[in-house]
Design a protein around this ligand. Structure first.
Ligand SMILES: [Zn+2]
Length: 241
């Protein structure tokens, strides 16, 4: 039950982010800077050490989880950029096309949010500690998922109404993902491969989506400092959980 409750929190976090996107304040960019640090901290101080510990215990070769890490990093990068490439090559780049890019990008984000939910669920299959660590990374950044969904939709000339519909889908996706994992059971090795994938996936989100967005309006030492603080905060938190 816990994964579903946490996925419900992810639902709320996404909604709040989406509503925030309608008024794009400076403070928001600071929050994103902090989030990027938290994500880096979760990967380095929790998910990766957990992978290394389990590899030793189970005497498994590290290649598969590390290949999964690279795939996790690249998969959304490829999907995102190919949506943009595909549409920018179309000669007639009218409003209609614009709207499609917005919808396709928002749907890719919903797919990612679905994986966030799967992440929480499978994290709890490893153990409660990993589940909570993954949930922290997901809850912290789902705020920016909601924000990105609305921004992408509006930027590509979709109506407010459509933006809200896609926001609702993106918010529901983690709950569906977490619910799905309660139906399946994965072997120890499978969980390690998945954790590697998820670490790569989070690394990409933190470094290539959230950090650039935190600095998109203007950079400040405040934002940089908050990123460092976010990573340090996770170092401290992971000493206790
Ligand atoms: Zn997410």
């Amino acid at each position: 039950m816990t994964p579903i409750i946490l996925a419900f929190c992810a639902f709320l976090s996404t909604l709040v982010g989406g509503l925030f996107a309608l008024k794009n304040t400076d403070r928001l960019h600071r929050i994103l800077g902090y989030t990027a640090g938290v994500i880096l901290g979760v990967i380095a101080f929790d998910i990766l050490p957990e992978i290394f510990r389990s590899l030793q215990e189970l005497h498994i070769d590290p290649t598969a989880p590390m290949v999964a890490l690279v795939i996790g990093f690249l998969v959304f990068h490829i999907i995102e950029k190919s949506i943009l490439l595909h549409h920018s090559q179309e000669a007639d780049y009218g409003d209609h096309h614009h709207q499609h890019v917005g919808i396709a990008s928002a749907l890719a984000l919903s797919g990612h949010s679905f994986l966030d939910g799967v992440g929480i669920g499978l994290g709890f299959q490893v153990d409660a500690k990993v589940g909570i660590a993954v949930a922290i990374a997901v809850l912290a950044h789902d705020f920016s998922d909601g924000l990105n969904t609305v921004t992408l939709m509006l930027m590509h000339k979709n109506t407010n109404k459509r933006a809200k519909a896609l926001l609702a889908l993106d918010a529901l996706a983690p709950i569906l993902g977490a619910a799905l994992t309660s139906l399946i059971h994965i072997s120890d090795k499978g969980l390690l491969v998945y954790l590697g994938f998820f670490a790569g996936f989070l690394l990409y989100i933190g470094a290539s989506e959230i950090l650039p967005e935190a600095h998109s309006k203007h950079s400040s030492y405040g934002t940089i400092g908050l990123t460092v603080l976010g990573a340090a905060f996770m170092f401290v938190v992971t000493r206790f959980i």
